[in-house]
Design a protein around this ligand. Structure first.
Ligand code: SF4
Ligand code: SF4
Length: 361
């Protein structure tokens, strides 16, 4: 039913795929096309005292996370987990993802983004970039991406990154909060998700491997390899980094929910999801308490049918779950609880072969 009162119709329309939602999607698409494929924003950035258009985009992105974050903190102010998590998201975006790289650039130093790890930020492990980066950042890029991220994933699930640190998840869980219920839950989308996200991961591994091999062997020694590596790097940059991550991931908020990129294409989410299945994170279900209201499924930004697990009294660890904790928050019966424990049901222990099959069930 439509809300009464000033602009109530607009609120309803924009968050439920009405005409304003489609207009907003169109406006976001136009903005991103201008941002990525023209220099029209450069004079505006310079007139504001910024160095280039990406500083302007960073400032707008941070503003969206800060204002959306304040809204989320006010909305869930009685939930300690949500208040702390959202505060950390705001802090990480404001400092590591915006202020620190901007100040470094002001002092003519290379801008480094400490909160973005490989393979989400694939280029940080390209040998040419590692060789030219400051030593502290090169060490962090390798150790953070290959060791620290997966280890933290085993202990705390993918939520430590996807819901506390990453800027993509940060925007989804703050400015994107009004759209979280739009994520589709159909079996068809599940099937698409599990193939698409792993295909992107394979592409990321292949691109990094080829670019690395070409650098080590040398383009003069193997021009064919160098040509393939350059082509793959360019295609990955355009298709995955620019279109899927940069544009599609945000543009589709008003009609497809906030985690289109995270759920279907992010290679970092794919790795951490596989790690999560081996680790401690799970959602514990209290037996025989669920009244099947469906609030948990509606609020799940990853399109997981949480209610089905609750109805079956089944604890679960889904690879897709980003541990946002909203299913726990909205459940009127206190059925669900996010936890990190080792006492895993033997049935949940999977071999690697079974893991790939089971991970997105
Ligand atoms: S299952 Fe719960 S914690 Fe996991 S993504 Fe969905 S709402 Fe968030
Ligand atoms: S929100 Fe709680 S009571 Fe409602 S369906 Fe989900 S687990 Fe059951």
């Amino acid at each position: 039913m439509r809300q009464k009162g000033t602009l109530g119709w607009l609120k309803h329309d924009v968050t439920h795929r009405g005409i304003t939602a489609w207009l907003l999607t169109g406006a976001l698409l136009a903005f991103y096309l201008v941002l990525y494929f023209t220099d029209w924003l450069t004079p505006i950035a310079k007139s504001l005292g910024l160095i280039h258009k990406w500083n302007l985009y960073g400032a707008l992105y941070t503003l969206a996370i800060v204002t959306g974050g304040i809204y989320v903190i006010a909305k869930y102010r009685d939930n300690r987990y949500q208040v702390i998590r959202t505060s950390v998201v705001i802090f990480v975006q404001s400092t590591l993802a915006f202020s620190v790289p901007y100040v470094l650039e002001l002092f003519n130093q290379p801008a480094v983004y400490l909160s973005y790890l490989w393979p989400l930020e694939i280029s940080i492990l390209y040998p040419k970039n590692l060789a030219s980066a400051p030593v502290y950042f090169a060490v962090w890029a390798v150790v953070g991406s290959i060791l620290i991220a997966p280890i933290l994933g085993i202990f705390y699930g993918k939520r430590w990154y996807c819901s506390w640190v990453c800027g993509c998840g940060g925007l989804a869980n703050t400015a994107g909060e009004p759209f979280r219920h739009l994520t589709p839950t159909s079996q068809g989308w599940w099937n698409f998700e599990k193939y698409a996200v792993h295909i992107t991961l394979v592409l990321a591994l292949l691109t990094t491997g080829l670019v690395g091999a070409s650098y080590l062997i040398g383009p003069e020694q193997s021009p064919v390899l160098a040509s393939y590596a350059n082509s793959l790097q360019s295609w990955y940059g355009l298709l995955v980094v620019t279109i899927l991550s940069g544009i599609v991931g945000v543009v589709l908020y008003p009609i497809g929910g906030t985690r289109v990129w995270c759920r279907n294409f992010c290679p970092m989410a794919a790795i951490l999801g596989l790690v999560q299945k081996f680790g401690r994170f799970r959602i514990r279900v209290k037996d025989d308490m669920c009244i099947s209201c469906g609030m948990c499924t509606t609020y799940c930004e990853m399109g997981i049918d949480v209610r089905e697990y609750a109805q079956n009294n089944q604890d679960f660890t889904r690879a897709a779950c980003v541990g946002c904790g909203l299913c726990e928050e909205v459940c009127p019966r206190g059925v669900l609880h996010l936890e990190n424990e080792w006492d895993r049901d033997p049935q949940e222990s999977l071999t690697m072969g079974a893991l790939l099959e089971e991970s997105y069930k």
